[in-house]
Design a protein around this ligand. Structure first.
Ligand SMILES: *Cc1c(COP(=O)(O)O)cnc(C)c1O
Length: 233
C-alpha cells in the first residue's frame, strides 16, 4: 500500500472519529483508535506508527508474538501499544503475558484462571475487558449478559487481572443503526459493573470499520478499525 494512501485513510478515520465524538458531545481524547493490523505485515504497522498511530490490535497469538518480537514497544518517538482483540485459547494464555497492554476478550472462567496463574508466575498484571455477547446468535464467544454479574464475581479472587470494562462484537449489519441497541446494551451493562472495574470509568471496546460512529455515540472508548485503515483482508 502507498504511504500516502495509508495517511489519507488514517486522516479520514481521525476526522470521522472527531465528528462522531463532537456530535454526541464527547471529548475526542476519550475515544482511542486501535488499528487492527491482523493479517497485515509488520511494514504496515511501521508505516502507521510513523504517522503517529500508537495502538495496534491482533487476534492470533502466533502473529502477535511474531510482530511483538520484531517491533517490541516501538521507539521513543513512536511507541507501540498492543491489544489482543479476539478469542484467546486457554493454552495460548501464557504467550501473551508481558506482550499485551489490554486483553479485549476475557470470555471464560477457565481463561481467567489460566491467566491468573501465568501472570502470578511472571509477577505481572493484565488489564482486561470482558467480552459480552449482546448480539445473541451471531457470536460464538462472550458472556451472556444475564450471567455477567456472576462472572465478574468468579474473577474477584484473581488479583492479577484488572477488569477495566467490556467489549463486544456487534452483529454484522448493512445499516450500522441496526446495531445501536446492542451497543447501548453493552454500555448499560458496563454501568452495572462500574464499581467492580479498575479505573474511573469502565472502558467500552466496540465499533469496527462499518459501525464505529454509532459505537462512539453510544459511548465507545476503544474502536477497533482494520479494513478502513489497512484495506480489505
Ligand atoms: C478483525 C476485527 C476487527 C476489525 O474489523 P474491520 O471490519 O476490519 O474494521 C475488530 N474487532 C475484532 C475482534 C476483529 O477480529
Amino acid at each position: 500500500m502507498q504511504a500516502n494512501t495509508l495517511k489519507e485513510r488514517l486522516d479520514a478515520i481521525h476526522d470521522r472519529i472527531a465528528a462522531a465524538a463532537s456530535t454526541s458531545g464527547r471529548e475526542v481524547a476519550d475515544v482511542h483508535l486501535i488499528a487492527v493490523s491482523k493479517t497485515f505485515p509488520e511494514e504496515a504497522i511501521v508505516a502507521a506508527s510513523a504517522l503517529g498511530q500508537r495502538a495496534f490490535g491482533e487476534n492470533k497469538v502466533q502473529e502477535l508474538v511474531r510482530k511483538t518480537n520484531a517491533l517490541g514497544r516501538g521507539t521513543e518517538a513512536n511507541p507501540l501499544e498492543w491489544h489482543h482483540i479476539g478469542h484467546l485459547q486457554r493454552n495460548k494464555a501464557k504467550d501473551i503475558v508481558g506482550r499485551v497492554d489490554l486483553l479485549h476478550a476475557l470470555d471464560s472462567h477457565r481463561l481467567g484462571q489460566e491467566l491468573q496463574k501465568r501472570l502470578a508466575a511472571a509477577d505481572s498484571y493484565l488489564d482486561c475487558l470482558i467480552q459480552v455477547n449482546v448480539s445473541g446468535e451471531y457470536s460464538k464467544f462472550g458472556i451472556d449478559p444475564a450471567a455477567l454479574d456472576a462472572f465478574v464475581d468468579t474473577l474477584s479472587d484473581y488479583d492479577r487481572l484488572r477488569i477495566r470494562g467490556l467489549m463486544t462484537l456487534a452483529s454484522p449489519a448493512e445499516d450500522p443503526e441496526q446495531v445501536r441497541p446492542e451497543m447501548a446494551h453493552l454500555r448499560c451493562l458496563s454501568e452495572g459493573i462500574a464499581d467492580r472495574c479498575t479505573g474511573q470509568q469502565p472502558l467500552l471496546s466496540m465499533g469496527m470499520s462499518g459501525d464505529f460512529e454509532v459505537a462512539i455515540s453510544e459511548g465507545a472508548t476503544h474502536v477497533r478499525i482494520g479494513s478502513a485503515i489497512f484495506g480489505s483482508r
